[in-house]
Design a protein around this ligand. Structure first.
Ligand code: SF4
Length: 404
């Protein structure tokens, strides 16, 4: 992979588009990610690029974001593209007042070509929304909400440093329904410290009772630099053992499928017609533009990222006309690995013909490792698509690594 530094990249990024060129729609749609790097407090497992909320700093940050929108909208590579999904992620975007969220969305609508019916999602935390805020967001065109719930036991929420209590999650969900949201995701986590199998079952059954359109169930990952990682190193962390964690995952699939959710990705479940469009942009290796501090973009085979710190991000935008801090032109090998890794996460699997045509790769199904995994019943090949079997799901990450 060729890493490029920001100054080098700025030259390249200017080549990506002619400023002020007319809008001729480009056939492939684009995902748009907007990073809001503020939270009420820091969860003990989180390594995202986020900081404690400060209204004044957030105001300055949003001014930078506005400028970044204008800078990208002036480039043909972006202004000619249809935007199929917008995701306000973070951080906790819902910590902002409704007027600021609506302001950014209106600005995007004016600057970019948003597709009719584009998915416009916002990540929200219980305790940061009320009915007027939710109504204002709905009215402005946000059509999908994703609530970070994680667990419904207060002792577990406290253990992982979440800022909300379980009853606030349920309250927020019903407020969102009252405001008219008909596409809601709930994020849950398993493998948490002190979490028992029955706690996890209670969380799943609670979510099923609420009947959202989408559920994400992620296993805890101990990221370096987090409080939980530190506790783990010092031996102060009691985590469920491997067997319990596997049972939790298996229970997730059984209960959610039994309740009519379709598992369309290793950790994601949806009612028919409610798969997350934005996440599919990532998993299907489509292009996206990331705005805001630390946001990543993937355009023209290049992956690049913005300055991490909000103040450096705003300074970059104001003084250099770009916040891009670095990036890389992905090699053929890297593109292959990414597409393989992302495609296999999808239950529909990887379309081998497209894989071969777009990357010029020989028949993957003939490779020794794939043949071995097919024979072992961990992979399956049906109608030209290679996918992980139910048995393989339990070891999906290790299995994917073997193929890279
Ligand atoms: S609310 Fe989300 S982004 Fe913020 S600290 Fe917690 S996990 Fe991280």
């Amino acid at each position: 992979m060729n890493t490029v530094h920001s100054s080098e990249f700025i030259v390249q990024s200017s080549e990506l588009g002619v400023i002020g060129a007319p809008r001729t729609p480009h056939p492939a749609p684009l995902g748009l990610y907007i990073h809001i790097p503020y939270c009420a407090s820091r969860c003990s497992y989180c390594d995202f690029n986020t900081y404690l909320f400060d209204a004044l700093q957030a105001e300055q940050y949003l001014q930078g974001l506005s400028l970044e929108i204008d800078l990208w909208a002036a480039r043909q590579v972006i202004c000619s593209r249809r935007i199929c999904s917008v995701l306000f992620g973070g951080g906790t975007p819902s910590i902002l007042p409704a007027s600021q969220i609506v302001g950014i969305l209106d600005h995007c609508r004016a600057a970019f070509l948003l597709e009719e019916g584009a998915e416009i999602s916002l990540e929200a935390n219980p305790g940061t929304v009320d009915l007027p805020k939710l109504r204002a967001m709905k009215e402005a065109g946000i059509n999908r909400l994703s609530f970070g719930v994680q667990a419904v036991q207060d002792r577990l929420l406290q253990r992982i440093g979440r800022a909300h209590a379980a009853r606030e999650a349920e309250h927020a969900f019903w407020l969102a329904r009252e405001a008219g949201f008909t596409n809601i995701n709930l994020d849950l986590m398993f493998g948490l410290p002190d979490q028992r199998l029955e706690d996890w079952e209670e969380s799943l059954r609670w979510a099923i009772r609420l009947n959202p359109e989408h559920l994400s169930a992620y296993g805890l990952i101990l990221e370096e630099g987090t409080r939980l990682h530190h506790e783990h190193r010092t031996g102060a962390l009691e985590l469920p053992d491997e067997e319990t964690e596997a049972a939790m995952y298996q229970m997730t699939i059984e209960l959610l499928q039994g309740a009519g959710f379709e598992q369309y990705e290793i950790s994601n479940f949806a009612r028919p017609g409610f798969r997350c469009r934005h996440n599919l942009v990532y998993w299907e290796h489509q292009e996206y533009l990331g705005l805001g501090a630390g946001a990543y973009s993937f355009l023209g085979g290049r992956r690049f990222y913005n300055e991490l710190l909000p103040a450096s991000y705003v300074r970059g935008i104001r003084e250099r006309g770009t916040a891009v801090a670095g990036g890389e032109q992905l090699s053929h090998e890297a593109l292959r690995s990414e597409r393989l890794m992302l495609g296999l996460r999808l239950r529909a699997g990887l379309d081998l013909q497209t894989f071969k045509e777009t990357l010029g790769i020989d028949d993957l199904s003939a490779s020794d490792q794939v043949v071995r995994l097919l024979e072992g019943g961990l992979l399956d090949l049906r109608e030209g698509r290679l996918h992980i079997t139910e048995r393989g799901l339990l070891v999906a990450n290790e299995l994917i690594v073997q193929l890279l």
